[in-house]
Design a protein around this ligand. Structure first.
Ligand SMILES: *Cc1c(COP(=O)(O)O)cnc(C)c1O
Length: 349
């Protein structure tokens, strides 16, 4: 008689361990959340959905699909919705990969990627970032073999911040077989201010094998409601939809996302405020002598090498996110950003 055992791949996946808690929510600069409350009208519209919680939600996420289709000039069969874009990525990799298949992605990048690749039994092929913390797209193209099913591109890259440029991406795509799916993760696209940056939606029009991932968790401030989506050709979208758990997106989340889309002017104002704070924090860190890469997301990266954990401890009661190699710090309110800058200045290097 033996204990029930999960699949062997689970042994390699780390269990979630919460970090040291922040003093309060405003001091939490560890998860790239939006420091602003939900946009005007969003709580009211979401609350209207609460009264229907005895019913299953709309499985097609129809109204939101129509709103996004109009916004992007695409038909609704280009959109798959899930409980955050991470969940859409899990479904996509489940639909495309099994044991023996390879997924190429930059590293360091988003910490959900290795888990999403491991779970279906596929193999991670990690391509190190360049010395300036950017995707090494030529090396990623070199890493593609006949076993490669999917390539992940994260722009801006979490946790380091730089974007992939359109020119770099096109050079890369010229070397990628059309049978390989290229996922462009644009979780932070609203914060991008580089005119040369890749625009995933435009890339979709040029390449039938591109999938764009978007989320309402970051700029739109709906992280707690769990809603994100993919944009891709209808045949790809259909496969992703099949692989996602049914009824994942609640009517509450759909209503909140719709109301957020309608509050476009206020959204832009808030994103602008975060971008202004990002610039201020970046400049101040450079002034302090930190070698910070230029970020187009709502966070900055301190390449601390071996001293990441030490810095995270030093930053307390502000919580930041240490990784091997560096620390990621979310842009928060101006007051907390100032408090963080003071901790950074006081760190003995
Ligand atoms: C936050 C994030 C996402 C989206 O997360 P969800 O909350 O699941 O939508 C996706 N990719 C990256 C790189 C992120 O940082």
């Amino acid at each position: 008689m033996t204990d029930p055992r999960p699949r062997q791949v689970l042994a390699a996946i780390p269990a979630y361990r919460p970090g040291r808690p922040a003093l309060d929510e405003s001091h939490k600069l560890s998860s790239n959340e939006n420091p602003f409350p939900p946009l005007p009208g969003v709580v009211e519209r979401a609350a209207a959905g609460l009264a229907r919680m005895n019913r299953y939600p709309d499985p097609g996420v129809t109204a939101l699909g129509e709103a996004l289709a109009e916004r992007h000039g695409l038909s609704t069969d280009h959109f798959a919705f899930g409980t955050g874009s991470v969940s859409v990525l899990f479904g996509l990799l489940d639909a495309w990969c099994g044991p023996g298949d390879e997924v190429v992605y930059p590293w360091r990048s988003f910490e959900a990627y290795p888990i999403a690749v491991d779970l279906p039994g596929a193999t991670s092929v990690r391509v190190p970032l360049t010395a300036d913390h950017r995707h090494d797209l030529p090396a990623m193209a070199d890493a593609i073999t006949e076993r490669t099913k999917v390539v992940l591109v994260c722009t801006p890259n979490n946790p380091t911040g730089p974007v992939v440029t359109e020119a770099e991406f096109e050079e890369f795509m010229a070397r990628v077989p059309t049978t390989v799916l290229v996922v462009v993760d644009e979780a932070y696209v609203e914060f991008v201010r580089d005119p040369d940056a890749l625009a995933g939606a435009a890339a979709l029009a040029r390449h039938a094998n591109v999938v764009v991932l978007r989320t309402f968790s970051k700029a739109y401030g709906l992280a707690g409601l769990r809603i994100g989506y993919s944009m891709a050709h209808p045949a790809i979208t259909e496969a992703i939809r099949k692989a996602l758990p049914p009824f994942g997106v609640t009517d509450i989340a759909q209503a909140a996302a719709l109301a957020s889309l309608e509050a476009q002017a206020e959204l832009e104002e808030r994103v602008e405020a975060v971008v202004a704070e990002r610039t201020r924090v970046f400049d101040a860190l450079r002034e302090q002598g930190w070698d910070v890469p230029s970020s187009h997301a709502n966070f900055v990266w301190l390449p601390l090498g071996e001293r990441s954990a030490e810095f995270a401890e030093h930053a307390h009661p502000i919580s930041v996110r240490p990784f091997p190699g560096g620390v990621r710090v979310t842009i928060g309110t101006p007051e907390i950003n100032d408090a963080f800058l003071a901790r950074a200045a006081a760190f003995r290097r």
